[in-house]
Structure formats: structure tokens, C-alpha cells
Design a protein around this ligand. Structure first.
Ligand code: HEM
Length: 158
């Protein structure tokens, strides 16, 4: 067992041990200060509850609000795509899908505005899609399920 006495003795005997002790002190100090930086969070992240969204409610989440949140519906599921802000944020290449039901556009691989249903109209039933389009939509759905948080389901306006 190394006692404090032998530790001091060894430090006295071999000056290299002082250098090692200094390195150890530096490592411990930087570990402690980085741990502090991680645990002290200035603000609790916004809590997201799984809920239903109708097309009108969804529109509020197009990334332009103060909280910057972006939601997007895909085949009846609503995903929080905020971390894909570069794609869906204002001015992004797929910004047209932000706060909208993107199903038809994803099925047909098109971001034309006529792929979107007005938010005061019934939800697009996608009844006319062919097999390839359904396959495309399901593939996209898988992509979103793997990448983003599912936060709700799309329901009709009241
Ligand atoms: C001009 C042809 C296009 C090019 C060059 C292009 C390019 C890209 C690139 C580079 C990515 C990023 C892939 C990654 O990092 O995972 C991407 C993702 C994506 N693209 Fe396109 N794209 C094109 C057309 C389209 C069209 C027509 C749609 C319409 C549905 C579309 C929808 C998407 C979506 C939804 C994503 C996924 C974004 C995410 O992961 O959140 N793209 N595209």
C-alpha cells in the first residue's frame, strides 16, 4: 500500500515524479471544469408532448416563430424536423414542406407548390397514388422515422 509518506519520499527521490504530478493535476482540473460546463445548462429544452395537429395548427410550425420549431407531416405522422433547418428552414431548398403535409410531394418527388393541400381543405387522402409513388412515400417515411422525432399525428381541422 502506498502511504502519503512513501508518496512524498518518491517525489523527493525522483524529480520526474513532479512533472507527472503536474500533468495529473492538469488532467484532473480540465476534467472537472469540462464536467461543470456540461452540467450547467442555461435553459431547459422545450418539452414536446406527443399530440394531434390539424393542418391549420401545423402551419404555425414553419420555422418562422420565435421558437424556430419546424414540423412536417408524412403519411399521417408529424415529425419535428427542426434539426433539419438547413433543408426546411425559411429559404431552405425544401422550406415549402415546413408546417405542411409533405406526403404528396414526397410520393411524387416534387416540391411544386401544387403538391401541397391548402390548410383549410380536408387532408389529402392520396387515393390516386400509384405503386411507385406509394413506395417512394414509404421510403421517405422510413427516412423521417429514422432521423427525426415523431411528435404527433395529423388530424382533420375541427
Ligand atoms: C434537383 C434535384 C435534387 C438534388 C440535387 C437534391 C439533393 C439533395 C441532397 C444533397 C440531400 C441531402 C442528403 C443527405 O445529406 O442525407 C437531399 C435530401 C433531401 N431531398 Fe433532395 N435533391 C433533389 C431533389 C429533391 C426533390 C424533387 C425532393 C422532393 C421531394 C427532395 C426532397 C428531399 C428531402 C425530403 C431530403 C431529406 C432531408 C432530410 O434528411 O431531412 N429532393 N436532397
Amino acid at each position: 500500500m502506498i502511504t502519503l509518506n512513501t508518496l512524498f519520499h518518491q517525489l523527493k527521490e525522483n524529480p520526474v515524479n513532479w512533472a507527472l504530478l503536474a500533468v495529473l493535476a492538469y488532467v484532473v482540473r480540465s476534467y472537472v471544469s469540462s464536467a461543470k460546463a456540461i452540467t450547467v445548462s442555461p435553459k431547459h429544452p422545450e418539452v414536446m408532448l406527443f399530440k394531434t395537429y390539424n393542418p391549420k395548427e401545423l402551419r404555425a410550425f414553419d420555422g418562422n416563430a420565435d421558437n424556430g420549431r419546424i414540423l412536417m407531416a408524412v403519411n399521417g405522422s408529424v415529425y419535428d424536423v427542426t434539426r433539419g433547418r438547413n433543408f426546411y428552414g425559411p429559404g431552405g431548398p425544401y422550406g415549402n414542406f415546413a408546417g405542411r403535409d409533405a406526403s404528396r410531394g414526397l410520393a411524387k418527388n416534387s416540391f411544386d407548390m401544387d403538391m401541397l393541400t391548402d390548410d383549410d381543405k380536408p387532408i389529402d387522402k392520396l387515393e390516386d397514388l400509384n405503386k411507385d409513388e406509394w413506395d417512394s412515400l414509404r421510403e421517405w417515411e422510413q427516412h423521417f422515422a429514422n432521423k427525426y422525432l415523431l411528435v404527433g399525428t395529423l388530424v382533420e381541422n375541427p
